[in-house]
Design a protein around this ligand. Structure first.
Ligand code: UD1
Length: 355
């Protein structure tokens, strides 16, 4: 009998991380009975389906179609539906990714059934508990058995929280995927020079004054700002009557993974509040300005590749003037994170099966 792993995804950044694992899984089908579960947290074609098509992710065996609703209800509904799937499938381990409500729900549902939880991106911390993602990360790690840490710093964070077993520094699965696909991003998808901007964090979108300041700052930059708009941000702007295309600002629909990678690679600079995009900017050597007061991806700051910045055009320009295009850093591993994760998972589930 093979070990069964249930891997739970639900939001856009998780489809990207899943694609890295799927690519490494290829020849290993022999060792695992692998089941993908989609919670349905993201359901828009441009936030979900295109990633499955473009990155050749198999159609998940389950789509729980949870959809958008307040965090508590969304997480509760996911737990309820995931619990039924876990009871039916009886996995040897549940693999979760990152820091979304889908991650938290899967970790809690599995832990309550005494199914070991393996966490990709374990130990990453912003130390800002007002972020829903930080709560999700801390709680997920509190119930995990296997910690796949992207960096040595993530291991240190977990040790400080008292974790002593199951720690593995694997590198970052997003770095695996950038390596695989950066060649395909050879052509700029927009007329150069341009900046690329994304904004979707609740603290940037849900306060109309803050969102308006961000849009005004981007509109005042000296080059066009290509702005793929997350549906959450579009809805928030519509509620407050804010425009998304004026001055330098050019709103576009959310981009697929490969188009986004190409847009990032050829941008003069990237302005974002996304964690994944800060890392991708670093890996592609493109200067990045982060519209937050702290970041969990501190390696990018230390390398001088990323700067935290308030939503103000002068501050953004000043931040970019202090950064140059540079060669990509190695802080996120050598491109074999997914393979390392599967090696550990294979040994772990095999040992439990034999025991
Ligand atoms: C979620 C994650 C965040 C991640 C982001 C990537 C949590 C707590 N947050 O944030 O960490 O960086 O995904 O995108 O899990 N919506 C749609 N269509 C969709 C999905 C969402 O229109 O397919 C809109 C809805 O108005 C919804 C809002 O976006 O209410 C927020 O969606 P949600 O999944 O709750 O969180 P994100 O902001 O996407």
């Amino acid at each position: 009998m093979k070990s069964k792993v249930l891997a739970v995804i639900g939001a856009r950044p998780q489809f990207v991380k899943a694609a890295a694992i799927q690519a490494a899984l290829g020849e290993r089908r022999r060792s695992f009975d692998w089941v993908w579960v989609h919670t349905g947290q993201h359901y828009d074609r441009l936030l979900s389906d295109v990633f499955f098509e473009e990155l050749k992710l198999p159609r998940p065996k389950y789509n729980l179609k949870v959809g958008s609703m307040p965090h508590g209800r969304q997480t509760a509904l996911m737990i309820e539906r995931l619990e039924r799937v876990f009871e039916k499938e009886k996995p040897s381990a549940v693999l979760v990714f990152g820091d979304t409500n889908s991650t938290l729900a899967a970790a809690l549902a599995a832990a309550k059934l005494r199914v070991p939880v393996a966490h990709v991106e374990a130990g990453v911390r912003s130390f800002n508990r007002s972020m829903p993602e930080e709560v999700n990360r801390v709680v997920t790690d509190a119930v995990s058995s296997l910690f796949f840490c992207p960096t040595a710093e993530a291991v240190r964070n977990l040790r400080r929280e008292g974790v002593t077993k199951g720690l593995h520094v694997t590198g970052d699965v997003m770095a695996d995927l950038v390596r695989t696909h950066r060649g395909a991003a050879a052509k700029a998808p927009f007329a150069k020079p341009y900046y690329l901007a994304t904004v979707h964090r609740d603290f940037n979108t849900d306060d109309p004054r803050r969102l308006s300041q961000i849009l005004e700052a981007l509109a005042k930059l000296e080059k066009p700002v290509v702005f793929p708009v997350h549906p959450r941000t579009r809805a928030a702007a519509a509620r407050s009557g804010l425009r998304l295309s004026f001055g330098a600002l050019r709103a576009v629909e959310p981009l697929s993974y490969l188009k986004m990678l190409a847009a990032e690679r050829h941008a003069k600079g990237i302005i974002t509040d996304s964690g994944g995009i800060q890392k991708e900017a670093f890996l592609l050597g493109v200067p990045c300005v982060t519209l937050r007061e702290e970041t969990e991806w501190t390696e990018t700051l230390r390398a001088g590749a990323n700067r935290l910045c308030p939503p103000d055009a002068r501050a953004i320009r000043a931040a970019f003037s202090k950064m140059k295009r540079r060669s990509a850093g190695a802080a996120y591993g050598s491109g074999s994170a997914s393979k390392k994760i599967l090696d550990v998972l294979e040994r772990f589930t095999e040992a439990r099966r034999v025991a």
